[in-house]
Design a protein around this ligand. Structure first.
Ligand SMILES: *Cc1c(COP(=O)(O)O)cnc(C)c1O
Length: 378
């Protein structure tokens, strides 16, 4: 259960002893993940989903590798441009956009927008005339730790009429997008959506509209406690489905990885503030840390990070892990079994591995006076 820290991050902690709570991100691991995914899907054009970790250091690193960006707001668009991204390599991918932000992004040179209903399409057509639009369809999200289906995407059978409407309204219908859900543990999940997209491509072709882009979204997994298939398996499955349906008429493939690029590159460290053995009558030890739900670890318990500690004992005892705030929801792991050395003591560190995604911007502003995570990009 006590996992090992990535080496460069381990050295950083021992050399600099940074104050906790903090997040340390190793840019070498981001680069490694980037290369693995690009080798796996070599023909795909990659747009990093900024929300997973919008640190300017991360954005700038990805700009250097020629990666594009998938954004949700004008602030994210601006962040990418400020970091050196070309606006025409930015997708405004949120299906719920403020009209004024669409217009501003368009003025800044963003040309690709995503919609999933007539209301959003009309806004885009008015605020960004002649822009390129992708219609997001709802995909089967089973197998994902974080499904996205209820909130986003239209039924596949509505995409055809929406894309025809797009053309009538003066924007350019360029393709289909979907997302199979975040931390998608089942590589076969891409099949149904690829098939649905293929049918839409066919129907529109019959109506004289040739779509050229299929955006197969994110969902590629990080290495949490439950094992997931190798990224190559995802690649093989996805390539297989694309060939099965599109055959020789392959569209341009876009991918929007978020979690996969940054999660495994980050470690969150917290310090033990209090240990109590007398709380819940289950015999479990409660370990209170200086980081918790309000300080980046919002995704627990569904996300089960691998953990490590500076306690050296080999005898492990079951623990409940809790944050420092006065909110009773601030419990990191209570339902999920976790174990730490029995000689863990005040001032020891507890590390959460693969915590580089969906953590830093999930920290609250200043709840209970606790400051957001400090961050180090090495
Ligand atoms: C969040 C998001 C992604 C990234 O998803 P991951 O599961 O982190 O890879 C990609 N595309 C869109 C539209 C998103 O909202």
């Amino acid at each position: 259960m006590n996992a090992d820290l990535p080496l460069r991050i381990k050295s950083f902690f021992s050399d600099f002893q940074p104050q906790t709570p903090c997040l340390v991100v190793d840019s070498d691991i981001i680069e490694k993940r980037l290369r693995q995914l690009c080798n796996t899907l070599p023909f795909a054009e990659c747009f990093y989903s900024v929300k997973a970790n919008p640190a300017p250091e991360v954005i700038a690193q990805l700009v250097r590798f020629g990666i594009g960006f998938e954004t949700a707001s004008l602030n994210e668009v601006q962040l990418c441009i400020d970091s050196g991204a070309m606006p025409d390599k930015i997708i405004f991918g949120n299906t719920v956009k403020r009209k004024a932000e669409i217009a501003d992004a368009y003025k800044k040179g963003v040309t690709t927008f995503v919609f999933d209903c007539i209301g959003e399409l009309e806004k885009i057509a008015q605020a960004a005339p002649e822009s390129h639009v992708l219609c997001r369809i709802a995909a089967d999200n089973s197998g994902a730790v974080w499904p996205l289906t209820r909130k986003f995407g239209c039924a596949a059978e509505h995409a055809e009429s929406l894309l025809i409407k797009a053309k009538e309204l003066g924007v350019v219908p360029v393709g289909i997008s979907f997302h199979v859900g975040s931390q998608q543990c089942e590589p076969k999940s891409w099949e149904n959506a690829i098939y649905d997209a293929y049918r839409i491509f066919q129907k529109l072709s019959e109506r004289g509209i040739e779509l050229k882009i299929l955006d197969i979204g994110g969902g590629f997994p990080a290495q949490y406690r439950n094992s997931v298939p190798e990224i190559e398996v995802y690649g093989e499955c996805i390539i297989g489905f694309l060939q099965k349906y599109f055959g020789g008429a392959m569209p341009n493939i876009f991918i929007e990885p978020g979690r996969y690029f940054v999660a495994d590159a980050g470690v969150i460290a917290g310090e033990v503030l209090l240990i109590r053995d007398d709380i819940d009558g289950t015999g479990r030890r409660w370990v209170f840390l200086d980081t918790g739900k309000f300080n980046g670890l919002q995704e627990t318990e569904r996300t089960q990070y691998r953990i490590a500690s500076s306690g050296v004992g080999s005898h492990l005892v079951p623990v409940v892990l809790a944050g420092p705030t006065c909110d009773s929801d601030d419990i990191i792991y209570e339902k999920t079994p976790y174990f730490l050395p029995d000689n863990l003591t005040l001032g020891d560190k507890v590390f959460f591995l693969s915590a580089g995604a969906y953590t830093r911007t999930y920290a609250t502003v200043n709840f209970n006076g606790f400051v957001p995570l400090k961050e180090y990009y090495i």
